[in-house]
Design a protein around this ligand. Structure first.
Ligand code: FPP
Length: 248
């Protein structure tokens, strides 16, 4: 089975999972945290190198205050509890997004864990927090604009690499596979630049019910996709990028 180097996940459906059971939405998020732990473990075992989880979007700030506070609370508890597990498993924690909007207590723990795990090299767990792709691109353009205004860069000389370098994800390759749980089939402002050639996989399963087996199913489907990056299958075989296996 072909394992994606970088797996990104939109963990959707927590609220509906809870509502269907007549439970408060936050219980869906709490169950969702358990799924996060299961999936992190499985990714580590499979040899995924980068796992990006969309944990809180720029737009999520607009949810009822009590849900926002509850989500921040869960995140804080998760981070505090997780440090020793991350160290034990050799996982490096990173975060992308407009992190200065997060409550001080959360950004403090986040900074602390990011620093303490910086040398871990088995897997990167990258949390998208207060993240929106358009916001990330806007901040990136502002930075480039300032460099151009300061005479450090020429507008006409800008390359795709210059843009990559100012994105929050600058040290991380683009995702090979995106999984979205919860039945919606859209990207919702998630890593728009980075996902130019990402394989997409949508499942009805809400995030709290997502499991090791469902992850394996998604990766199995991904394994049978032929990624051509705009080239023909024959060209890929010529450069040895394709293993010649029949794919669907
Ligand atoms: C989408 O479900 C999920 C979220 C907005 C938050 C995801 C957060 C977690 C799983 C917990 C915190 C994360 C970590 C990494 C500890 P939804 O509420 O939009 O579901 P709905 O579409 O059914 O309403």
């Amino acid at each position: 089975m072909q394992i994606p180097t970088h797996l990104a996940i939109i963990m959707d459906g927590n609220g509906r999972w809870a509502e269907q059971r007549r439970l408060p939405r936050i219980l869906g998020h709490r169950k969702g945290v358990e799924t996060v732990q299961t999936i992190v473990d499985e990714c580590l075992e499979l040899g995924v190198r980068y796992l990006t989880l969309y944990a809180f979007s720029s737009e999520n700030w607009g949810r009822p205050q009590e849900e926002v506070e509850a989500l921040m609370g869960l995140l804080g508890t998760f981070l505090k509890k997780e440090l020793s597990q991350l160290q034990k498993r050799g996982i490096r924690l990173m975060a992308i997004g407009e992190l200065d909007r997060l409550p001080k207590s959360i950004s403090k723990i986040l900074n602390d864990i990011t620093k303490k795990t910086a040398d871990n090299d088995r897997m990167v767990l990258n949390l998208a927090l207060s993240y929106g792709s358009r916001n990330e691109l806007t901040r990136a353009m502002q930075r480039l604009g300032r460099e151009i205004a300061a005479g450090k860069l020429q507008a006409d000389d800008l390359t795709e690499m210059d843009i990559e370098a100012v994105l929050d994800t600058h040290s991380i390759p683009g995702p090979d596979l995106l999984i979205r749980t919860g039945g919606e089939m859209r990207i919702s402002n998630f890593m728009l630049w980075q996902m130019a050639y990402t394989e997409l996989y949508f499942t009805e399963t809400p995030w709290p019910d997502f499991s090791r087996n469902k992850l394996l199913q998604a990766i199995e489907v991904y394994s049978h996709r032929q990624r051509r990056f705009g080239l023909t299958g024959a060209q890929l075989r010529d450069v040895g990028a394709d293993d010649g296996e029949e794919r669907h």
